[in-house]
Design a protein around this ligand. Structure first.
Ligand code: NAD
Length: 512
């Protein structure tokens, strides 16, 4: 292997960014960052703890209480956000190169994620200038309107699967609405997050508005969740971590938005366009190395086409190109970290006892080191199998047959998760009935996961809490204060003016 895959000018150390300056941890602690192709340490990052979070929150709180950002006109904030989007777009190739190197994502897909990050900023920049709020009139009596306000310091905690893009998904709306932030990115992939500081400075974001603390979830993440001056936590990660954060935030009654794990079904009926369904379900589970929260990792196929589907699917899965992340021909790269590789490989072994292996099943040929896993397909998987129930978050898929619409729905819903569902059928009535009955926050009919940024994003059951996306994000990051004013004379129930000739007016329209 040549070194052409190693980006030029990699940092030899990654710092926090607090109050407009790059700083190390107060205790000097660091952690190693590995390259997923060799699993060698290529840099270190500052390991933040409670003391570092305290500095970052204090800076963000100062910027919120005293700085210009929350007080600027939406148009002024929007200009800064558009500049951020311009800079991200103009550096998409470099961003993709670094992201791909740090995370193991194929370079072409990392490029798409960088562009989506720019689009997230652009979208929320546009949304806040178009934003209108409700006003309600009771003719001649009362006028009521919504005074929307940023909330304060938002704590943003993100995973490693598409780091830069998922950070933008939270940073865009949190900043657009006038909050200040502390970002705690995933410890496996701190490289691209460290680029935000320079981008934001260049775009003119005031000092202290954006703060970044690297570190482990149990240290830096935990301290952020438990900080009393952080009223909001937006978290994306595993359902189990979401439960811990929920518990830790409870004493503070914080606002929580949680985008969690998934085990999404892709249901293929016999009347579907088979070629499109195979293409989509291959992409749905093997893109982003299978490290995709909305992966259609359980494929449920009508019995009459089951054998043909499995045969075509397995043949195509075997042709998916596994390769080095920097190679534009690569379709599946290297999993993010050896710990995650071990987890995925353990499921591959479990799968061999639970299903019929029809593709993959281990390391791809020619890749003796690094976190490479061949696209792996198990057929005839029973619904109580662990590989049918548990999120693997790698290039591994379980296929199961069904005989009736009712059975397909029961299989689709037979999991603790409820993030996405993909339905393949040409029967319009069935498609909509199924979509409306399936327990999933998002459904795609005869479609891959193609997102419209205006739509709600979120899961049901163990896949999440609340929704972001479009105005839902604006709602999460703002308070909607109701302001009421009387028109005409004050409408007062009168107390303390008791005159035996005039009865007290106790007409209180909403006695709360
Ligand atoms: P994770 O839960 O291990 O970590 C996510 C983040 O939480 C990291 O920054 C981590 O440091 C931090 N963290 C860990 N413990 C913490 C604690 N006790 N307190 C505060 N912060 C803590 O998840 P991961 O392995 O990084 O990511 C993969 C998971 O993310 C998968 O389950 C995947 O489905 C999910 N995901 C969901 C979505 C979605 O939108 N629903 C999107 C991407 C990924």
């Amino acid at each position: 292997m040549t070194d052409s895959r190693i980006p030029a000018d990699l940092p030899d150390h990654i710092r926090h960014y607090i109050d407009g300056a790059f700083v190390d941890s107060t205790d000097g602690d660091t952690f190693d960052v590995l390259d997923p192709v060799t699993n060698q340490t290529y840099t270190t990052a500052a390991a933040g703890k409670k003391a570092d979070i305290e500095l970052a929150v204090a800076a963000a709180k100062r910027a919120f209480d005293e700085g210009p950002w929350p007080r600027m006109l939406p148009r002024e904030r929007s200009r800064v956000l558009h500049k951020i989007a311009d800079i991200v777009e103009s550096r998409d190739a470099r961003l993709a190169e670094l992201e791909s190197y740090d995370s193991g994502l194929p370079i072409t897909q990392a490029l798409g994620q960088a562009r989506r990050a720019a689009e997230n900023f652009r979208f929320f920049a546009d949304l806040i200038v178009a934003q209108s709020d409700d006003a309600f009139k009771v003719p001649g009596k009362q006028m009521n309107y919504v005074n929307r306000k940023p909330i304060g310091v938002a704590g943003l905690i993100t995973p490693w699967n598409t780091p830069f893009m998922l950070e933008s998904w939270k940073l865009g709306p949190a900043l657009a609405t006038g909050n200040t932030v502390v970002l705690k990115p995933a410890e496996f992939t701190p490289l691209s997050a460290s680029l935000w500081a320079g981008i934001f400075e260049e775009a003119g974001l005031p000092k202290g508005v954006f703060n970044l603390v690297n570190g482990l979830g149990e240290d830096a993440g935990d301290a952020l969740v438990k900080h009393p001056d952080v009223p909001l936590i937006s978290f994306t990660g595993e359902s189990r971590t979401g439960q811990i954060i929920f518990g830790n935030a409870a004493p503070f009654l914080k606002g929580l938005s949680m985008e969690l794990g998934g085990k999404s079904p892709a249901v293929v009926f016999a009347d579907a366009d088979l070629e499109a369904a195979v293409d989509a379900t291959i992409f749905g589970v093997f893109s982003l190395n299978g490290e995709r929260c909305t992966a259609g990792s359980r494929i449920i196929v009508e019995r009459s086409i089951y054998d043909e589907f499995v045969e075509r699917y397995a043949a195509q899965a075997k042709r998916v190109t596994v390769g080095y992340p920097h190679d534009p021909a690569t379709e599946v790269g290297a999993l993010v970290h050896p710990e995650h590789y071990d987890k995925v490989m353990s499921y591959v072994e479990i799968g061999k006892t639970e299903g019929r292996l029809v593709a993959g099943g281990g390391r791809p040929e020619g890749f003796d080191e690094g976190n490479f896993v061949a696209p792996t397909v198990f057929a005839d998987v029973s619904p109580d199998a662990r590989i049918f129930q548990e999120e693997i978050f790698g290039p591994v898929v379980a296929i199961t047959p069904f005989d009736s619409d009712e059975e397909a729905l029961a299989l689709a819903n037979n999991t603790k998760y409820g993030l996405a569902a993909y339905i393949w059928t040409n029967d319009l009535t069935r498609a909509h009935n199924f979509a409306q009955s399936v327990e999933a926050g998002m459904v795609w009919l005869n479609s891959n996961n193609v997102r419209d940024l205006r739509t709600p994003f979120g899961g049901v059951k163990a896949s999440g809490l609340g929704h972001e996306g479009g105005y839902r994000s604006i709602d999460f990051y703002t308070d909607q204060q109701s302001v009421h004013i009387t028109l005409g004379g004050a409408h007062n129930p009168t107390f303390g003016k008791q005159d035996p000739h005039e009865p007290t007016d106790l007409d209180d329209p909403d006695p709360r």
